[in-house]
Design a protein around this ligand. Structure first.
Ligand SMILES: Cc1ncc(COP(=O)(O)O)c(C=O)c1O
Length: 397
């Protein structure tokens, strides 16, 4: 019999009752150290007092309005994002995949309005993840994401990850509307695109008029120690997808764009019932106030350096379990020599939560508020998990 919750997830048998910062407390009182943060969502940890205050204060006044009316909380958050980023304008969604839908629509409408309606193709890269909507799965293109869901939304061109030079530039012909890329692939296995590659993509787009779309749903909102990951490369996209961390756990996403890229999106061309509602935007504004503070971002960068160093030591101590560490800031991946699922399980046994990803990676995406003491504790638990795995492997051989 089919479960009452559609069984699209393989869930771990863990039931949490509440959270406190970097900790999740199970129904039986066991405390788990959370290095997953709801897959990079709980940027400020669990039950952050400032977010609880923002949410409850707004909840007592007004939950939902409609985009038929002005929403001051939405306006305030859009103004703050425009002030702190490359963008001139923002549309709010409820999730990352809805941001993908709009990013694709915006790029195609741009070229349609410019008199080049044949420029519809969106170039993406293998290993990409842009969500589970029709545009999202077509953008990713992998069999795993698309099998059985055809006919797929047409107009996506898939290139190998890391492609460059003439292979890349030849793919950008006059049917291409935009390049869509994650500066750091998340689900694909914490694969950062090096700064020179991001700069190269920007140059290629400038030379051909192609729009550059960054998907910063997972790597954005302070996770790398800059408000957005592309800032490390000193370049900016034309359109950017944001979600996850921007709501700190409340469903919120956004598409940020330059005035030029957004030129086609006039009244009636797009909409959302819930997108940008007062509750989500009240929380989002508080998240941005905290995460956008340069001192907060500096602290993320410093703590990330410490974690990275400790993880390098962990890999050196357990060469049979781990191969390497990669990633940027507090978006780190441990490439495993044993199945990554086994490592995630061994971490559960140490009351530590991590997240698997492609390419046999275990992802570490802690709340950005994690303390130095919690980092030391997390690495000690990873060490214990690796030792337990090594002991099991030795016993079996
Ligand atoms: C890079 C990236 N883009 C898009 C999405 C889709 O976001 P959502 O699950 O909120 O629709 C995700 C989710 O993991 C993501 O990591």
């Amino acid at each position: 019999m089919i479960p009452s919750v559609l069984p699209t997830y393989n869930r771990a048998p863990l039931r949490f009752e509440r959270g406190e910062g970097t900790w999740l407390i199970a129904e039986d009182g066991t405390r788990y150290l959370d290095l997953g943060a709801g897959i990079a969502v709980n940027a400020l940890g669990h039950a952050h007092p400032a977010l609880v205050e923002a949410l409850t204060e707004q909840a007592g006044k007004l939950w939902h309005l409609s985009n038929l009316y002005e929403i001051p909380q939405q306006q305030a958050l859009a103004d703050a994002l425009v002030e702190q980023t490359f963008a001139d304008t923002v549309f709010f969604t409820n999730s990352g995949t809805e941001a993908c839908e709009l990013a694709v629509k915006m790029a195609r409408k741009y070229w349609s309005d410019k008199g080049s309606p044949e420029r519809v193709n969106i170039v993406t890269f293998s290993g990409a993840f842009h969500g589970r909507s029709s545009a999202g799965i077509a953008a990713a293109g992998s069999e795993k994401m698309t099998k059985g869901f055809g006919p797929l939304l047409p107009g996506f061109v898939h290139l190998p990850f890391g492609v460059h030079g003439s292979v890349l530039s030849n793919a950008i012909d006059d049917t291409v509307a935009a390049i869509l890329v994650e500066p750091i692939q998340g689900e694909g296995g914490i694969r950062p695109l090096p700064d020179p590659c991001l700069k190269g993509l920007r140059d290629l787009c400038d030379d051909t008029g192609t729009l550059l779309i960054f998907d910063e749903v997972q790597c954005g909102m302070g996770r790398t120690g800059k408000l957005f990951a592309h800032e490390w490369a000193g370049i900016a996209p034309d359109i950017m997808m944001v979600a996850k961390g921007i709501g700190g756990g409340f469903p919120l996403g956004a598409v940020l764009a330059t005035e030029n890229a957004a030129a086609g999106m006039t009244a009636g061309t797009h909409g959302s019932t819930y997108g940008g509602n007062p509750l989500a935007c009240a929380v989002g504004a508080r998240v941005l106030e905290i995460v956008g503070d340069p001192a907060f971002l500096d602290a993320v960068d410093r703590k990330a350096g410490g974690l990275r160093q400790k993880l390098e030591g962990l890999v050196a101590n357990h060469p049979d379990i781990f191969e390497l560490v990669r990633g940027t800031g507090l978006m780190l991946g441990l490439k495993c020599r044993v199945p990554n699922g086994d490592v995630v399980q061994a971490c559960y046994a140490q009351n530590l939560l991590t997240v698997p990803a492609a390419d046999n990676i275990v992802r570490l995406l802690p709340p950005l508020t994690i303390t130095d003491e919690e980092i030391a504790e997390a690495v000690a638990r990873l060490d214990a998990a690796a030792a337990a795995l090594a002991a099991t492997t030795a016993a079996e051989s």
